[in-house]
Design a protein around this ligand. Structure first.
Ligand SMILES: [Zn+2]
Length: 402
């Protein structure tokens, strides 16, 4: 149990690994929220604590189960992002294989083991379909947005929210918790509510938590009016309700001294030639016009900034069609492309061929990746693992797919 205090919110709360649990009737799904996986982002923890408390006090009928979990308790208590390792970059398959057998070299490893055990325990004792939502805040000022691994299941569930969606972050980050859960085929995505220190982030987290429960059928309109929360988010994202994809990441190297130029907003349009940052005394200049994404204004973390672009509606429609009809099965007919194994979920693309075929082609078909070995690029199909049949009776699913 740790104690968290926020002067800005005028709140002091005590939290454990399980921030709260709403045990509803048996004919609903299970929604698992995580917050504070980065210890310098306590806003989601306060918000979930409040939401769980409010629903409990109002005795709002709950269909299914809702769990709110805290991420890095050690780091939350200290207001630091992490101890030695970013807890949201540790969920790689290599690490998961040795999770229970390797010694703890730092506090983050212990946190990961506990959090993982807690999630496994919930999954073995609850029924699906499962929804995983990871709450974050950013170091720059931003409107609320979603980071979504690119499967149609994720796309369709998240399109219901009045906030911008960022697809394909999995190609740029190793080991976020939700990529792992996504690979197991569940609906899982991240939500960024605003900047770390803005009180609005707390409100945006609460609004999103209520909306998510409503969209998944856990709370019903007749019992709980979510309209004000929808309007609240909608009013903060007016001109940005689009789907974007990341196409560039600036990675800060180990010994690099990196300072972002102050004052950039998330999603800000950048002109060619803009000085974005300073690296070891030299300017980092935008070599083309772009839209800046998640500029780094804190001293921990190695993502300097990203660049995003809007995905045209036509591309989204064509890609939904290709995925539905598994057009990707034709890809191995092309020279230099073959299946990695009988499972037909990973394609091996000869490097020479990969240079010719734009990454976009693979994105279109639902493949996202970044694993290069000596000769091949390996691209993994996001759709192969998706558990469509587990969600097919959900109202949002029927509205989106039928
Ligand atoms: Zn975070």
């Amino acid at each position: 149990m740790i104690e968290l205090k926020s002067e800005a919110l005028g709140k002091s709360i005590e939290v454990d690994r399980v921030i709260g649990h709403l045990d509803g009737d048996s004919d609903g799904p299970t929604m698992i929220f995580t917050a504070g996986i980065h210890g310098n982002e306590p806003s989601g923890v306060y918000a979930l604590h409040q939401v769980m408390e409010d629903l409990r006090l109002k005795a709002t009928p709950i269909h299914g189960q809702v769990y709110a979990l805290s991420g890095n308790l050690w780091a939350l208590q200290r207001g630091e992002r992490f101890h030695k390792q970013d807890l949201n970059r540790m969920w790689t398959s290599e690490r998961m294989e040795v999770l229970d057998s390797s010694p703890n070299e730092n506090e983050d490893m212990q946190e990961q083991r506990e959090l993982n055990a807690c999630i496994e325990q919930i999954m073995s004792s609850s029924k699906g379909p499962f929804y995983f939502i990871d709450l974050h805040t950013t170091s720059s000022e931003t409107v609320p947005f979603l980071t979504v691994n690119d499967s149609l299941l994720n796309r369709k569930f998240t399109e219901q929210f009045p906030v911008p969606i960022i697809l394909g972050i999995e190609e740029y980050l190793d080991g976020p918790l939700l990529s792992l859960i996504n690979e197991r085929g569940f609906v899982a995505f991240g939500y960024e509510a605003g900047s770390h220190n803005n009180v609005e982030s707390y409100e945006n987290h609460m609004a999103f938590a209520y909306l998510s429960m409503h969209q998944a059928g856990i709370i019903e309109k007749k019992d709980f009016d979510v309209k004000p929360y929808y309007n609240q988010l909608s009013s903060r994202t007016t001109h940005l309700k689009d789907i974007f994809e990341i196409y560039y990441r600036y990675e800060i190297s180990k010994e690099e001294k990196f300072v972002m130029t102050p004052g950039f907003l998330n999603f800000q349009d950048i002109k060619k030639g803009t000085v974005l940052a300073n690296s070891n005394g030299a300017d980092v200049v935008a070599d083309h016009a772009s839209r800046l994404f998640m500029p780094l204004y804190q001293n921990q973390g190695n993502d300097g900034f990203f660049a995003v672009r809007k995905i045209p509606k036509s591309f989204l429609l064509v890609s939904a069609f290709c995925r539905k009809h598994r057009i990707d099965k034709l890809l191995p007919l092309l020279p230099g492309i073959s299946w990695k194994s009988k499972d037909k979920d990973v394609l091996r693309v000869n490097k020479r061929v990969a240079r010719v075929f734009a990454k976009q082609l693979f994105h279109l078909m639902g493949y996202r990746s970044k694993t290069w070995n000596k000769e091949y690029l390996e691209v993994r199909n996001r759709e192969a693992a998706a558990r469509y049949n587990e969600y097919q009776n959900e109202a949002w699913f029927r509205a989106a797919f039928e």
